[in-house]
Design a protein. Sequence first.
Lengths: 239, 325
Amino acid sequence: MACLSIDRVSKFFGGLKALDNVTFSVNEGELVGLIGPNGSGKTTLLNILSGYLSADSGDVVLHGRPITGLRPEALARLGVLRMFQLTRVFPRMSVLDNLLVTGSALGLPEAEAEGRARELIEDLTLTRMMHLDAGQLSGGQRKLLEFGSCFMVPPRIALLDEPFAAVHPTMKEIMADVIRRRHAAGQTFLLVSHDMPVIVELCPRAICMNAGTVIADEKTRAVLTDPVVIEAYLGEAAA
Amino acid sequence: MAVTFSDTRMRDRIQLVFSLGIFALVALLPAIVRNEYWQGVLIVSMYFAMLAAAWNLLAGYTGQFSLAPAAFGMIGAYVTGLLSYHFNALPLVGIPASVVVAAAIGFGLGCIVLRLRGPYLALTTLSFAEIFRLVISNSIEITRGDLGLNVPGLFDHRLTWYYVMLGVLVVIQLGLYFLLRAPAGLYLRAIRDDEIAAASRGVKTVLWKTNAFTLSAAISGLAGALYGHFAQFVSPELGLLSQTGIIVSMVVIGGLGTLPGPIGGAFLVYVASEFLRDFGGYQLIVFALLVIIFGRFFREGLWGFFRRAIERTARRPAPATSAAE
């Protein structure tokens, strides 16, 4: 059953066609990698899926319910949780409070929210930093914290935009491990990354975008050996 | 089940204790300050402390830099003043009406500026404040314009005023503390730190920004109404931009985004301004310079000095006990 369906979504920025009839769906419990060279439209698509941009045309459906044009907070409440490419945490709030914001806003009772936040903090090896302000964390630790925010309440779909970019391998492995375990438990993911080894290891299926269109959508290894994908990444000569 | 305090909450608790310490000191001051004029200065400081606490909720905890706090004080003062002047309404009717009207206007302003940030928000709220002041100033048949309105007093004794104002200030401060402890406090601070991130985590940013505007305006309206009855006179001067400048300087010097900062700042700045009164407009230059210095070098204001002192004391190791003991 489709968890998220994207149907002929297009977006223009002035004369630039950022997304051109993008169509694909992510099934319940799937972990799908979304790849493509810089400027291919991945983040624009995520911005539309999470309510930060409105599509010029096309529809987005979550579990049979149209969600096109809903505001970010409404989408979060429906279970569309998103991690940004440029890390977004609350720098003047403690690590624990950063997580409590999500738990509380998504309706968890205070005690339960605190329990879950502490579990996540332990999972993400941030226990020592729990009471520090998020602004005092390193870049990688902030990524971990934002990543953790997506799982305070099990999302219907987690949209992760470049979680592994500029992150120490140890932290990368911590996030990959959480993704593996949650995927095994049935969690649905759409994972944007330039880190091909991680995409190959984590994602059974990958979608490649180029110039605002989907150019490949199949098993990850097949996508990575597709001449059209190689050409998009490395140019015509390489293909 | 009680929730364990995170550091943010512990900080709020320490700040509340510190605020209560300031209030205790203020409560004892009349034993030393017996001069009615100076007691009046302290009462007006409390009026400013209410306005500063209200503005701090908006700017310090929600990140909404409004330039209309004095205007809401003026609106509160005029609502009860006009009700009294035209309808002989009792202060017990006028004061709640001031709170309701200021809150309603604050709600309206909050809705208008919802999508604005930074300089656009500041300029829009400034324009709003000036429009209101000019409307009051020019509606001579209703408001008597720049002549101002005489407003009936509420208490005969200055000390009664003193402790009523202090009581209201304590209630406001306790209310703000409990608000910050509640999930609402998490949402407001999240909006202040990163509105986009807050929305992506499910925080209803529109609702909470509007709530902050409404509550801040209601507190300012209450402060203005009480001031009107204390001074027994209201005029459009209450809404001057220079009044907003004083409120901003009180909060920045005391500590933006802290509980005791606006309270301590209000007393310091207003009492200091009384000492500097002989220098006329130059007192504003002194405060403006202090705002620049604090904004540039001491972002936590005077509270930052106290916080560091408290932390140093807490970190100091306890004296070692001897084996014999």
